[in-house]
Structure formats: C-alpha cells, structure tokens
Design a protein around this ligand. Structure first.
Ligand code: CA
Length: 243
C-alpha cells in the first residue's frame, strides 16, 4: 500500500490535479481545502506526508504547520508563491521538510515527495529500501570518478582537480545532492543565487554550460542532462548503467 498523503490546497483545480497524479503513482490521498479542516484531519489521522499550501482560508498554512508540529512530527512540504521569501524561511524554521514554488512541474513535486518520504519515514515500513546511490562521507559527494569535497571546496575527476567558481561549485553540489531528481531552473536559482535573486533564470543555463565545459567536455562524460521544459538532472552513476 502506498504512502498516505494529505493535500491541503484551496485552489480546487490544482488540488484535483495533484490528487490524480498522486493516485496514479499509487499513493493514498486525502484533501482539505482550508486550514482548520487540514489541522483537524492531520491531528486525527496518521499521514506519511502533508502537502501544505500557505495561502489558505481560515488558518494559514504556516499556522497549521506550527500547531501541527507541536503535536506530531508529520513531514510537511510547503507549496509557496514565487515571491514569498519570508514564507519559505519561516516555513522551514517551523519544521517543514521542504517547499516547492508554485507553479511547479509535477515531476519535481513527485521527486520531492519521494525524497521526503525516504528521509522522513513516519510509519514503520514506509521506507522500503535504502537505494540512494548518493554517498555522503564527511561532506564529500561523489559521482563515479568525480568527487566534490565541500569542506575543502575542491572538485576532482579521477584525481584531476577542476577549478570552479563559487556559483559553479554550488550548482554542482546541488545537482549531486539531488541525483536522479530533475531540478527546475527556479529551484537551482534559489539554491545557487539565494532567495532574493531577482534576475533572469537563464543565468542557470549559463552556469550549466560552464560546468559542462569544465567536466563533461574535458572528461568525455555526459554528467548533466537537460530535461526539456523542466530543468536539469545528474543521474546517479549507477542509474546511468556505468560500472
Ligand atoms: Ca491558496
């Protein structure tokens, strides 16, 4: 049986769309359209995950989150507006495990749900296996022969050192931390340039091009994949079928 997810969203069409996608993925789904119903439902039932819109009638999402977290540690992914910087910060402070900015690509939401369920299991048995190909050892991320050493701020490919700027380094780190998850330009922009960045998202394409020229081209590998209309992904070395 799939994980049980509560969708809290007052935009009926969006809620219905997400519900259908989640059902299609095999999850069990309930919905709430205002803050009070959501809080009541979340307190009375056991959910593996809650998708929580912030702008809600009755009780706003952040208040629902705060009250819920006092009672039980159900993981929550916030659905936020593009420019609601403070909401994201207070939401993460209040205990949300992640947030996604509206409008979002459904593939990205599904990927974030999978990650949240894996990292924050509520019910025993909710996590089937630890199949993450991502290896984290004292701040070192790897992708086959490539290593990113965060404390030393050093990137190597089979012991050849690669010189990256700060933002290229951050971009690579974000991609490696999210292997097999397609990241949108907006997500990358926030991670690489910060919440406050108001410029064009095509700077992301520029950094991707720099990274490819310093890694993919030099070492004749295909590391960064473009997913048309969605964003970019580094598929795990194993998922690429490499030895
Ligand atoms: Ca809303």
């Amino acid at each position: 049986m799939g994980a049980h997810i509560l969708i809290v969203e007052d935009e009926e069409k969006l809620a219905r769309f997400v519900e259908l996608e989640l059902l299609h993925e095999g999850y069990q789904v309930n919905k709430a359209a205002n803050g009070r119903d959501a809080l009541k439902d979340a307190l009375e039932n056991t959910y593996d995950l809650i998708l929580l819109d912030i702008m809600l009638p009755g009780l706003n999402g952040l208040e629902v989150l705060r009250r819920l977290q006092k009672e039980k540690p159900t993981p929550v992914i916030l659905l936020t507006a593009r420019d609601a910087v403070m909401d994201k910060v207070s939401g993460l402070d209040a205990g949300a495990v992640d947030y996604i900015t509206k409008p979002f690509a459904i593939e990205e939401l599904l990927a974030r749900i999978r990650v949240a369920l894996k990292l924050h299991p509520v019910v025993a048995g909710a996590v089937q296996q630890e199949d993450s190909a991502l290896m984290v050892q004292e701040g070192i991320l790897t992708w086959g022969p490539l290593t990113l050493d965060e404390p030393r701020h050093q990137v190597k490919y089979a012991n050849h050192e690669i010189s990256l700027t700060n933002r290229e380094f951050l971009m690579l780190k974000t991609l490696l931390e999210n292997q097999d998850i397609v990241l949108s330009r907006d997500t990358l922009l926030e991670k690489v340039c910060g919440y406050e960045y108001m410029g064009e998202t095509n700077v992301i394409d520029v950094y991707i091009r720099y990274l490819r020229s310093k890694i993919d081209d030099v070492f004749s590998v295909k590391m960064i994949h473009t997913v048309r209309g969605v964003g970019y992904v580094v598929k795990s070395w194993e998922a690429e079928g490499r030895e």
